[in-house]
Design a protein. Structure first.
Length: 83
C-alpha cells in the first residue's frame, strides 16, 4: 500500500526501514524523519503523516527494547534521590 504518494513510500518500505534500523542499532529512536532518510527520501506535503505513523506503530520492531522501557522511571528516581 502506498503511504506517501509524494515520494512513493509504501508500508513495506516502512517495515523494511524499521527492521534495518533495529538490526543496525537496537537502541535507536525511530522517527518518521529517520525512516525517510533511511529510504533516501524526504517528506513533502505532510499529508501522509497520520498514515505513516499508523504504519510505524503497527510494526512490532518499533517497540522500545525491553531493557530501555524503565529508563525514564529510573532517571526520575535518581533525580529524587540526588535532591
Amino acid at each position: 500500500m502506498i503511504v506517501c504518494s509524494c515520494t512513493g513510500v509504501t508500508d513495506r518500505d516502512i517495515r523494511e526501514a524499521i527492521a534495518w534500523m533495529r538490526a543496525s542499532d537496537p537502541y535507536t529512536l525511530i522517527t518518521p524523519g529517520k525512516i525517510y532518510r533511511a529510504l533516501g527520501k524526504a517528506a513533502d506535503c505532510g499529508g501522509c503523516v497520520r498514515l505513516f505513523v499508523e504504519q510505524m506503530r503497527a510494526d512490532a520492531n518499533l517497540a522500545v527494547p525491553v531493557e530501555l522501557r524503565t529508563l525514564r522511571a529510573s532517571v526520575r528516581v535518581r533525580q529524587v534521590e540526588e535532591a
